[in-house]
Design a protein. Structure first.
Length: 267
């Protein structure tokens, strides 16, 4: 049943998105443009920069992983809220949430297409990076898989909590944007957090994105194992244990609240 419902959401979004083929092409061109920019920047950054040593020393590889992981973070943070808003504006939200399918599952499946696109962008970026731009990886598969799963749980949990809050308050786009920008800057997406001023550097350790970036870079670029990344695994694991139940409860509360006051379809 779940697989069939997930497939139905994917087919729906495929039909919708493919009516705007130009947008998909521009996304792919945007990936290539970003890679070329950071590849060019890497040529003027010393390979001996001490801040890059723990990540293998290659700035372009550092940025490639950063852009790919932060893409998933951005999708997790925005996708569910954006899909919810689209359903509200098209008048389909109430119909979606009055079925026997739990509202948590409905919102989760509604974001599958965006995560699938993020995966396509990741594969393209890695292929271009390795085949055309000379990036080499030293991967510990177990650590990479574990950190990737925990990171996705955290990103999706955060996004669902955000979507639930927006369902109630109606206006939260600016706050979501601020969180996304702050996390991207302070978590070290395109530069090591050691380069931040010392008085603001502690902010990096507030964002789960930092532990995802730090851990996945070490697991894929230096071959660090699960034992070497115990802190990253622990922080992401605890955060996932908090956010996943919080997401479930927040969505349940938000749907019940908006049904009760009659504002479920309002936007």
């Amino acid at each position: 049943m779940s697989g069939g419902l997930a497939g139905a959401f994917l087919r729906r979004d495929w039909l919708y998105e493919t009516t705007y083929r130009g947008m998909l092409i521009f996304q792919m061109l945007g990936i290539l443009g970003s890679l070329i920019i950071f590849y060019s920047i890497s040529k003027i950054i010393s390979g001996n920069a001490p801040e890059l040593a723990e990540y293998g020393g290659d700035y372009f590889a550092f940025a490639l992983i950063g852009l790919s992981v932060s893409d998933y973070f951005s999708v997790g943070l925005r996708s569910f809220a954006n899909r919810l808003r689209l359903a509200q504006t098209t008048g389909t939200l109430e119909a979606m949430l009055v079925t026997q399918t739990p509202p948590q599952a409905t919102l989760l499946y509604s974001g599958l297409w965006d995560f699938l696109l993020a995966t396509v962008r990741l594969v393209i970026a890695l292929l271009v990076g390795t085949l055309a731009l000379g990036v080499t990886f030293k991967v510990d598969a177990a650590a990479t898989l574990l950190l990737a799963v925990l990171s996705l749980l955290v990103f999706a949990g955060l996004g669902l909590v955000t979507a639930g809050i927006i369902l109630v308050i109606k206006r939260g786009d600016a706050l979501v944007g601020l969180i996304g920008v702050a996390a991207t800057i302070f978590a070290g997406t395109v530069f090591p957090v050691e380069l931040l001023p010392s008085w603001i550097r502690p902010l990096a350790y507030v964002f789960p994105l930092f532990y995802a970036l730090d851990g996945l870079r070490k697991a894929t670029l230096t071959g660090a194992g699960v034992g070497d990344l115990a802190e990253n695994v622990a922080v992401l694991g605890v955060t996932a244990l908090v956010l996943v139940p919080a997401a479930y409860l927040t969505i349940a509360w938000a749907v019940e609240r908006t049904r009760r006051d009659g504002s479920l379809g309002h936007h």
